[in-house]
Ligand binder design. Structure first.
Ligand SMILES: *Cc1c(COP(=O)(O)O)cnc(C)c1O
Length: 365
């Protein structure tokens, strides 16, 4: 009971953080305008629909028309036999686990932690859950009662080792375990490392986010074996998890506009960005494929998380920089990540960004 209250309190603190960040955004919008906000969260949330799309925004017509379009381009993007839209990646994950009702879920990922929606979904169906970046620990736990989940790139954009990816898939296939790949950003980040698509590697199902490294609305695109995708979609419809027609329209246009070339430019920029100024701070940071991530400002984990959040809020208030750490859903981030793939990033130079992070850390610490 005591534990539960503490957990609820934790959630409240998270909601307070989101409300505070939102109020800062509103203040900047009102006093300085949209131009002084820079979304470097990596979730750019575009909505590129066209005039003619708007005329189709009627529940059934729109859904018939854009489901077909999303399927056509989604299959090109992800491969597979059937492809459908969900309201979020988390919704597709939830729907998959509710449908498959696995006894056990074994989750291999390049670095902990996994996305919290996976553990939460497992709890709802009483599935035993194990996640690890240790491949041997994973391999010995996969059997026919297991749903095997593989994360292609983590929330911090740590990319899976291709060889390990193949080894886990091989083992799961031998054991007749269904393979589901959480490729929220991985479906595109992994392309930068010339990795094949998850379904081409032998996965049964893959989900990606149309909001990550592409200019779409927050939405989850699920593709894979027809029979599985159809069942999972049906569950989604029952619980209201499926993408609504306007979101489908946005997903379609995002897929249509997706440019690997633009992504490669951000990739090059991230490779070359000079972060040496941060070395003076004695913090733990790393480059990511599309930017960089601050992992530790102080040693104590709890204290660190608080400081990271405060740094993110400071970055927002004084530099207009939006991050997941400031605005993400509860549990979404335990680090501070700067992403250079958004259009907003093109309006800032490297020095401004690095200096803003540097100054914010000094102020908060
Ligand atoms: C972002 C992300 C998700 C969840 O996406 P939502 O759109 O927030 O539901 C799941 N898994 C990974 C690895 C992610 O990066």
């Amino acid at each position: 009971m005591k534990n539960m209250i503490f957990k609820t309190l934790g959630m409240l603190v998270e909601l307070d953080r989101i409300k505070k960040a939102q109020s800062i955004i509103l203040k900047i919008l009102k006093e300085k305008g949209r131009d002084k906000l820079y979304d470097l969260s990596g979730l750019s949330g575009g909505f590129l629909i066209k005039r003619e799309d708007k005329d189709l925004l009627n529940t059934y017509i729109c859904s018939a028309y854009f489901s077909e379009k999303v399927k056509e381009l989604g299959l090109k993007h992800l491969g597979g036999e059937e492809c459908v839209g969900f309201n979020r990646t988390s919704s597709a994950i939830l729907s998959t686990i509710l449908t498959l009702k696995p006894k056990k879920v074994v989750h291999y990922l390049p670095e902990l932690p996994g996305h919290p929606s996976i553990l939460r979904s497992c709890k709802l169906v009483n599935a035993e859950y194990f996640e690890s970046n240790n491949i041997n620990e994973i391999l010995k736990r996969i059997d026919k009662d297991t749903l095997t989940i593989i994360t292609g790139a983590t929330m911090d954009l740590k990319v899976i080792d291709l060889n390990n990816f193949k080894i886990v898939i091989k083992k799961a296939k031998e054991e007749n375990s269904i393979i589901f790949v959480d490729d929220a950003s991985g479906a595109r980040v992994r392309l930068l490392y010339n990795q094949p698509r998850a379904l081409d590697l032998g996965a049964d199902l893959v989900v990606t986010s149309t909001d990550k490294l592409m200019d779409g609305p927050r939405g989850g695109l699920l593709s894979g074996k027809k029979e599985l995708v159809e069942k999972i979609y049906e569950t989604g419809l029952k619980y209201g998890l499926e993408a609504q027609p306007p979101i489908l329209a946005g997903m379609y246009r995002a897929l249509e506009n997706f440019s690997l070339e633009r992504l490669k430019k951000a990739f090059e920029r991230a490779k070359n960005i000079d972060l040496s100024k941060l070395d003076e701070l004695n913090i733990k940071y790393e480059k990511t494929p599309t930017g960089f991530v601050i992992k530790k400002i102080v040693d104590n984990d709890e204290e660190n998380l608080k400081k990271l959040v405060n740094t993110a809020l400071y970055l927002l208030e004084y530099y207009g920089i939006i991050t997941i750490t400031a605005l993400g859903a509860p549990g979404a981030s335990k680090s501070l990540r700067i992403d250079l793939t958004s259009k907003d990033a093109e309006r800032l130079d490297d020095e401004y960004i690095v200096n803003a992070v540097y100054e914010s850390i000094i102020k908060v610490r």
